[in-house]
Write a protein of this length. Structure first.
Length: 274
């Protein structure tokens, strides 16, 4: 599933292609369950609207339209967005496409059909915002904020990092990488972390996310940016999906366990519970 770096990369790649463009037609919708509201109402509200800005909240891509509407898109497991020629929308896994006023179209390719497109008014947008925790790359995300989010939490820190209500945008890949960088065992209860370890984790989260954005995200399966380009962060993983390989720090074999129903990778020597 695309995480914060991938969605941020998509937003940045779509911005020069979409800002200022007007939507002229709902060109394709063959999986109605991905759309809210239903197609007739959705089309009536978006056709003729101009795209004014592209942003991100947590793992949601936000297309700000005129008249205070926002198109919120979640890529889920296999979705990717591409600005291309209209003929490309005929591909079998393109389930949603919008024609634009420059003759191109914005298409949503989603092999597993888990992606979602919601049209939100200001109240809906505020509700989406309120459902998520602080953005880890904003200046307002401090070690003190992270400390407060983890206070008295008994769940494993790996599970807590995946909770979008506590910290926005982190998924399985970057939770593994941040915990390795901070030398924290993934099963450590969140509330048991000392101030020093929280400070290390705070810095590690920001470091791995910024590195991943610089490398255009991780392309493990379907992920591409708005131009169809792959990311390269997967070439820089320290522990994720590297079970049995040597730890880059100490050469101890990386181990795999399951935390919160997700594969979790860590170094048993570098990442301790104490």
């Amino acid at each position: 599933m695309p995480e914060l770096p991938e969605v941020e990369t998509v937003a940045r790649s779509l911005e020069p292609q979409l800002v200022g463009r007007a939507i002229v037609r709902l060109a394709k919708l063959d999986w109605p369950r991905m759309l809210t509201p239903p197609a007739p109402e959705f089309a009536a509200l978006v056709v003729g609207r101009r795209i004014e800005a592209i942003g991100r909240r947590a793992k949601w891509l936000l297309l700000s339209l005129d008249s205070a509407w926002t198109m919120a898109i979640h890529l889920r497991m296999s979705g990717h967005l591409l600005v291309t020629e209209p003929a490309a929308a005929a591909a079998p896994h393109v389930h949603f496409a919008l024609d634009l006023d420059d003759g191109r179209c914005l298409m949503f390719d989603d092999q597993r059909k888990f992606g979602r497109v919601h049209l939100l008014d200001p109240i809906g947008l505020a509700a989406l915002d309120a459902a998520h925790g602080p953005e880890p790359l904003m200046d307002t995300f401090t070690p003190a904020i992270l400390t407060e989010q983890l206070r008295d939490r008994r769940a494993p820190i790996k599970a807590l990092l995946l909770d979008q209500r506590l910290v926005a945008g982190i998924g399985n890949i970057y939770a593994n990488e941040a915990l390795w960088l901070a030398r924290i065992h993934p099963l450590t209860p969140g509330g048991a972390l000392t101030a020093d370890r929280i400070a290390c984790l705070h810095q590690a989260i920001r470091t791995v996310l910024m590195e991943a954005i610089a490398n255009q995200g991780s392309s493990l399966r379907n992920y591409r940016d708005g131009y169809g380009r792959r990311g390269t962060q997967q070439e820089h993983f320290n522990v994720y999906d590297r079970a049995g390989e040597p730890c880059p720090r100490c050469q101890m074999p990386i181990e795999r366990i399951v935390v919160a129903q997700r594969s979790t990778y860590f170094c048993p020597q570098c990442q301790t519970m104490g």
